[in-house]
Design a protein around this ligand. Structure first.
Ligand SMILES: [Mn+2]
Length: 297
């Protein structure tokens, strides 16, 4: 794979199915992993998601619809490791804002989790009463990490400090500093074990948020048994079906106005993580635009 590899469209859609004019959803790849702390490689995530997506069935057998018919356009990649973190965040914000202004739903494909900050900033300008639902093994609530406030371990701290209501779900690893911050701020956390024992606990937490939801999914939220391809795998995460059921219910209760998926670290010989991530992106689109009982536009 090279930086000059041929452009890929999400789902392997033909150019006439994915023109920007007709598309409701725009994929924004952000191949960035400059602040990754443990294992690099998430910069290759967007390309791996797009490649895996070309092998998916475009028919959703659960909802019995073809979600691609709403129009999914894949935009050129934004930023890269040559950019300092604050430059990357600004470029992601600008690109996201541009597609929002055109009436599209931009979907950022990371890259490390710091890609979320630019997207949330743009979405908040379009939806001032935005809340964030984060699926993640980690709180990402450190004040700074390895010298940078834009490190991927800090990104939700920045979001919370900007006054955005949040629910963090699937959490199972944090520092003392983060645990103290959660207590002091009274943040809503649904640990992985609580969600697995009582799935309704996540929905009860979501019910206390505002109506317009931005969803950020760090794929290390999933159990590494089904998603080993990530930089910081943590044991004991949720599986596929309980997560789909949560996402379906979320799209019924709230207006999911946008989302991103991040922290996929493609593996050489095992494409299961890439494929899960591509299918996850497609399922969120399916629930958002086609699930029975979903919140209307
Ligand atoms: Mn994480």
């Amino acid at each position: 794979m090279s930086a000059h590899a041929a452009p890929l469209n999400f789902g392997g859609l033909e150019p006439d199915q994915v023109t920007l004019e007709r598309a409701r959803v725009v994929m924004i790849p952000v191949p960035y992993d400059r602040t990754a702390s443990y294992q690099k490689g998430t910069a290759r995530g967007p390309r791996a998601i797009l490649e895996a997506s070309t092998h998916m069935e475009l028919y959703d057998d659960e909802l019995q619809v073809e979600p691609y018919t709403i129009g999914i356009h894949t935009a050129p990649a934004v930023s890269g490791n040559e950019d300092a973190p604050e430059v990357m965040v600004r470029k992601v914000e600008e690109a996201t804002a541009r597609y929002l202004a055109m009436g599209k739903m931009p979907v950022v494909l990371g890259g490390e989790h710091s890609v979320t900050l630019g997207a949330v900033r743009a979405y908040r300008k379009a939806f001032p009463r935005l809340s964030v639902v984060q699926l993640d093994a980690h709180g990402d609530l450190r004040d700074a990490f390895e010298g940078s406030p834009y490190n991927h371990a800090c990104i939700m701290r920045r979001v919370v400090e900007e006054g955005v209501p949040t629910v963090q779900m699937g959490i199972r690893s944090m520092s003392r500093e983060e645990a103290d911050f959660i207590k002091v701020r009274g943040l809503a956390i649904v640990p992985a074990w609580e969600f697995l024992r009582r799935p309704e606990s996540a929905l009860q937490a979501v019910d206390r948020l505002t109506d317009e939801i931005y969803l950020t999914i760090d794929v290390d939220y999933f159990d590494p048994g089904i998603l080993p391809g990530t930089g910081t795998p943590e044991p004991g995460g949720p599986g596929w079906y309980e997560t789909l059921s949560f996402l379906r219910d979320l799209c019924r209760r709230k207006k999911v106005v946008g989302f991103d998926v991040n922290e996929l670290r493609p593996m050489e010989d095992d494409k299961s993580s890439d494929f899960l991530t591509a299918k996850l992106v497609y399922k969120v689109i399916a629930y958002r635009f086609f699930a029975p009982g979903r919140r209307p536009d």
